[in-house]
Design a protein. Structure first.
Length: 40
């Protein structure tokens, strides 16, 4: 799942549960790895 943080406070909010911050040029985007049900 990808999200876009609009400011530094939002980035910190998403980092706390484990979102991973992407690097430039997508530095406002964060990624949370998920698995498809039934996928191992």
């Amino acid at each position: 799942m990808f999200v876009e943080a609009l400011n530094d406070g939002a980035k910190e909010f998403y980092r706390k549960p484990g979102f991973i911050e992407l690097k430039s040029p997508n530095e406002n985007s964060l990624f949370f790895p998920t698995l498809t049900p039934g996928h191992r």
